[in-house]
Design a protein around this ligand. Structure first.
Ligand SMILES: [Zn+2]
Ligand SMILES: [Zn+2]
Length: 317
């Protein structure tokens, strides 16, 4: 199977894997999100989702279906994971990991502090993983942290879920004969986002700075902003080539073309919303003016609806 086919397959899988067994569950999730909130919705989806395993390049694979995308590097030093997903899917994530190789789990890197990327930290640490993250990931996991847009206050994570190694600007490590570069974005989707590059394989995990195919969430409560998202995406575009495999936080694995399209969408919507706000339009008037209309068919079909995304952009311009 060539790379493009595999990615198309992965896109089809994502719709079912991330939101449950079928389009019916997708519709239910949208309804449930309105009634119960985003966090219970994400956990519910993860509790039902099948875990899809996609082999990318060399010894790197991605598991989709437990919150954020989980990248896995296998080899003699043990498995290294990027992001931990939700604990509710442990019973499906563990066999998916076993299906890749018999190596034990020795390392975990968190792309940022959000629950859909760190909830599984405790069990993975218990299984043998040392945890590396940006210092702000540890800061938010260590304290009670509220995300206004999710109407949700996260209690401090248990000690075993906390990163054991933290850094500020950048960090490098070697694992399974692979050089990994971890680089801090500065405030983007939160104030704790990092990218992780597998250098020899030319694969990058960009965390939630990219939701491939969906309007992204932006967490202003912990330092995110639309301008930070645009800056992070511009930087990602500057470090990838047409051959680079790009793992987004959510959505199917993609490439530079897809990321460029996402960048153009962010910039265009920021411009539209900013113009309306400068004209003195209220948030309700701005949403009513549909500044995202040209993009909704492609990007507005997931949890971040056109109205929610407009509100997120409006907050930052
Ligand atoms: Zn996420
Ligand atoms: Zn996130």
């Amino acid at each position: 199977m060539n790379t493009n086919n595999r990615f198309n397959l992965s896109r089809r899988h994502f719709v079912s894997a991330s939101l449950g067994a079928s389009a019916v569950v997708f519709a239910k999730s949208r309804l449930f999100a309105q009634e119960a909130g985003i966090v219970p919705t994400m956990i519910q989806a993860a509790s039902q989702a099948k875990i899809e395993v996609n082999r990318l390049r060399r010894n790197i694979s991605v598991l989709e279906g437990s919150g954020g995308n989980i990248a896995v590097l296998t080899g003699k030093d043990g498995k290294l994971l990027i992001d931990a997903g939700f604990t509710v899917s442990r019973s499906r994530v563990a066999p998916a990991l076993d299906s890749l190789s018999a190596d034990s789990i020795t390392r975990l890197i968190n792309t940022h502090w959000h629950v859909d990327h760190t909830d599984g930290n405790a069990w993975l640490h218990g299984a043998g993983a040392a945890i590396t993250a940006h210092e702000n990931t540890k800061k938010h996991l260590s304290a009670s942290t509220r995300v206004e847009e999710w109407s949700y206050t996260f209690p401090p994570a248990p000690a075993e879920a906390l990163p054991t190694t933290v850094f500020r600007d950048g960090h490098r490590l070697r694992h399974n004969d692979t050089a990994l570069a971890l680089k801090y974005y500065g405030p983007a989707h939160t104030d704790s986002d990092i990218s992780v590059v597998f250098e020899e394989a030319d694969v990058i995990h960009v965390g939630d700075t990219w939701w491939n195919g969906f309007y992204p969430f932006i967490d202003y409560s912990t330092g995110g902003s639309i301008d930070g998202m645009i800056r992070a995406t511009k930087r990602n575009l500057s470090v990838v080539t047409d051959k680079t495999i790009i793992v987004p936080g959510h959505g199917p694995v993609g490439n530079k073309g897809g990321l460029s399209e996402y960048y153009d969408m962010l910039v265009a919507i920021r411009g539209n919303v900013s113009k309306l706000k400068k004209q003195g339009k209220s948030l309700a008037e701005t949403i009513a003016a549909k500044p995202t209309a040209a993009y909704d068919a492609k990007w507005g079909q997931f949890l971040m609806t056109p109205a929610i995304f407009t509100k997120l952009v409006y907050s930052g311009v």
